[in-house]
Structure formats: C-alpha cells, structure tokens
Design a protein around this ligand. Sequence first.
Ligand code: G6P
Length: 624
Amino acid sequence: MCGIVGYVGRSEAAPILLDGLRRLEYRGYDSAGVAIIAGDQLETRKCAGRIADLGKLIGKDTPVGTYGISHTRWATHGKATDQNAHPHFDASGKLALVHNGVIENYQALKDDMLREGNHVFVSETDTEVLAHLIGKIYDSSGANGSTPPQNSKSRLVAAVRAALQQVIGTYGIALVHRDIPDFLVGARRGSPLVLGVGKDENFLASDVSAIVAYTRDAVYLNDFDVVAVERDKFEISSVAGEGGKYEVSKVEFTDEDIKKGDYPHYMLKEIYEQPGSVRDAMRGRLSHEECTAKLGGLEMTAAELRDVRRIVLTGCGTALHAARIGEYIIEQLAGVPTEVEFASEFRHRNTPMTRDTLVFAISQSGETADTLGALRESRRKGYRALGICNNVASTIARESDGGVYMHAGPEIGVAATKSFTSQVTIMALIGLLLGRMRHLSTSEGSAIIDALEALPAQIEETLKLTDQVRAIAKKYASVNGMLFFGRQFNYPIALEAALKLKEITYLFAEGHPSAELKHGIIALVRPDLPSVFIAPDDAVFSKNMNNIEQVKARKGPVIAITSGACGERLANIADDIITIPSAPEFVTPVLSVIPLQLLAYHLAVELGRDVDKPRNLAKSVTVE
Ligand code: G6P
C-alpha cells in the first residue's frame, strides 16, 4: 500500500526512482509519480494507472537531475486521478512532497489556510495540505531565496518539524525543495520509512526491497524521526528537535531473493518455496533431547510460560486464519484456553482480560495498521504482547515484548502463501513448547517433532499435485464462485481457500465449517456452484462425508481434498479427488492448504487475472 522512493547522489535519479517504484509494485497502488530537481526546475511527472504508464510519460521527456522523490499511491482521500497522484506541492510550487498514511485533521488545517487566502488546492488529498503547511512555515521563516543554502537546509527541517507537530494522523514522508540542492527530508509516524546508506549516495524508501539492489546498509527509522539526507551524510533527529539514536543494519536478503526467477508469478514461486520456508520456521527450534521446542525470542522464562492461563491470537486476513488454526493447535497440544480476535475489532473493544493472558500479534509484514493497533492496545493495558512477524525490521517486531520470526524470506505476491504455512508451523512450535511444560510426555513431544520434521518432504510431495489441480481449475473455469468447507483444524483452511480465491480470481467464495451447511448455506447449492471439502483422514472424516452427501443430493459438484484410504470412500461420490500425504491432524492444514493455493492460482491464470497485483488489494495495509 503506497510506496515511497527518494534518491540523492551522483547518478541520474529518474531510472533509480522508477526502478524502486517497480520493486514496490507488489504492495498495491493506483497511481504513481516522481519529482526531480533538474537544474533550477522542479520537474514532475505523475498519472493514474500503472508504473508502466508513468515510465512512458518519463520516457517522452526525462527530467535530468541527481535527486528526487517518487511515489505509488493507493487512494484514500480522493479518487485515483492524475491530480490526486503524488508528489504534491506547496503554494510556491517549489516544494514537492510524497506521503503514505492519513492526515486525520487535514480538513481543519486546510480550512485555516483557505481563510488565510494564499492557498489554492488542486487535489482532494490530505497530502497536498501537508505540503502547503510545510511550505508556508518554511517561507515565513526566512526571506525566500536570499538565505545561504546551509541555512535553508536547517530551516526546511525546522519547518517539517513544526508542521508535523500540528498533524494528527500517520505519515511516512519524503520531500525536496527546488532551492535546496542535493537535499531530501524524510519523516515517519506509523508508516514505515527506511534510509538506505550508500557510497556518495543515499536513499529513502518505505520498504527496503525498493533499494536493496543499490545498498544493503539500512537505518530503519522510528516513529517521530526526521531525517535530513545529503549525498554523503545524513542527520536524524526527532519531531520534537532532539538528536535521534540510530543503528545501521545489514538487510538480511539480497536483490536476488526478490527476483521471480523462472516462475511466471511471484505467487507461484512462493508456493514452491514452502518446503524451505517451513523448514526455516523450525530451524534450530526443535530439541530432540528435551522433546520440545525452543523459542528464545519469546524472552520469557519457563516459570512465566507456565503461568500463562490464556492466549489471545490476533491479526488480519491470512494471518488471522493462521491464528484460527493456532487456536485448535494450542488448545489441543497445551490445553491453554486460546481465543482469536480480528485485530481491527480487538483494538477497539473492551475485552475483559486477565493478568496471565499472553497476546500474539501475527503479521507477515509487521506493519498492518490494525494488528499494530491491537499490539499497542494490549501493551497499554499491561499485557505481555508478542509478535510473530516475517519482516525483522518491522514496527510490530520492534514494539513487541518479544516474539518469533518466520524467516520465510521476502513475500512479494499480494496473496499470502508461504507466510501462512510458516505461521501455522510456529503455532505448532508454541503448542509443543507450552504443552511440554504442562501435560505432554516425552514420547508425545517426540511424535510431534517427527510430524513437524516430516513436513518439508510432504510439502514437496503435495506440490506434485499441481498438474491435477490445473486440470481441475480448467474444468471449473466458467463457474461464478465456489464454496469451501472443512472441520476442526481444517475449518480455517476453508476460510483461507475462499480468501485466496476471492483475492486473485475475483470470484464469489465463502468458507464455512462443514456442519454449518445445513444452517442456510445449503440454499446456495446448485449444479454450477462447486463445493470444495477439506476432508482428510481424521476423526471427523465421516461427519464430512455426511455433508458431502447432502451437497451431492442437491446436484452440487464436489471437489474433495483428502488423504490416506479416505480417497476410496470418496471415489463414487466426489467429482474430483485430490489426495495429500497423511499426517497427524494438527499439521494437516500445512499440507491441505497447498492444493487450494494452487487451485486459486491456476484459476486466476485461466481467467487472465493479474495474479501478483490483484485489483484494489495491497500487500501491506497501513491504514485502518
Ligand atoms: C493484506 C494482504 C493479505 C494479508 C493481510 C495481513 O490484506 O493482502 O494477504 O494477509 O494484509 O497482512 P500481514 O502483513 O499483517 O500478515
């Protein structure tokens, strides 16, 4: 969701800014733009649509200059139009600003400036209001144009600080001023911003993947940091004007890791990465000797872990579905009462919690606004709140009391795949750890470890189903929707499969516990609406069979995901049978989700959808 790239150095800025934006394309956007200082001109190109459209615009008449800013916008205030695309300018037209986030009090600030009479706003955005505010403070702080450059730099930083002190809301910003050569200013609150430190060049970006091709040295800015960036130096301070502390870290992945390789889509690449990513989620965390899991990142003593009486798992989208499986796993393995809460609801709800409640905020990006809000609210109320994140430098990772990293590598496809199976694997590690501190015996602990360690090879096996799944996708390519059903550990897989289908095919899809069929959903069943049942060989297989019969009796086509000998029992009833490897109930979801990820993928390809960049969606949702 919304991307920022800024550059100051000795190379031409335009290709670097465009390349950076392309690397952020996966986050979701609907317009794009750049502002480059070319000599004494502030040159801008912006348009609604794709980065390719912006590329064409720039190609016609490329601004020549070695510093500038750029942006991809995901509309919040105002439609996706050329006018609303960033950068936006102040009243003098000399200052250009790009912004991620939401300025909540923009209308009041705008009204004040309109009353003053010197401000004409050409867009419907909150960002333009901030550009005007910074420009106004800057212009009034000195005789414009007559101050020495060094002085202009500190005046601009001071104007940014003063403006941000008036702002209610969230922001990640980058700006340039036509009269201040080789100089960028960035700031953040609530929306990520990273400084890339190069040799004789520096970068600003909302996501490090935009700049990792140029430098792997990064400073992850904290909320309320303001950074003044030049070619060969930078200075970090706070919005309040204090000196900021910072650390230069090495980015843990390389440019190679974020390339598609031979795969047609990132989503397919990431589906195929799951044997490795699940292995990496467990790496070094299983102890055969003690028959348990080791999760040092939780930063909790054995006594503290034993005292946990209740767990709340929270997140959004796919992460929430992993949480729902976590609820089954943790209660089954550890017997600790566990609840799942939509982060967006939990953060605003006055849920009664006890002192010994442990909260886990689950988020691939670690930047999802609602999940971050839930984490902050939990901590405000005094609960220990841990993060389960993939992005190690993310805000959730930094603000939590500890946690578990997924180590899944960058996930670029908007539809989450490998992060989901890593999250479920981590749920199993938590269940094992807490269970072994309570009632699980060494042999039970050992059996759980064996089941977990078998997963990577079983995922490899499951991925071989891709041709069969592709054929099924072709067969059903003309349907208008699908229903998904599962029970127990696989009920959340029905939810996740329906979400995948909606996200990338735009078809109608719903997931339900199988038994709910007869409480209303059965009214939807008809010959052109397939039902997918996740019905592996487990304790509830025969219950699932009853529900499958109910669908077939009403002439609804059935696709069954099953395992073991159950395939034979389904042979005369299901229209299509996909057989996954047999595994204990608590790890089956890691396998059963794979054919369903593939089904959504192949159907989307069949329908000609933009798999990696589905319409209206963003990879990381940093607004509420
Ligand atoms: C967006 C993405 C989903 C993702 C959800 C939570 O909606 O499109 O794929 O599951 O955010 O993201 P997170 O980064 O917090 O796991």
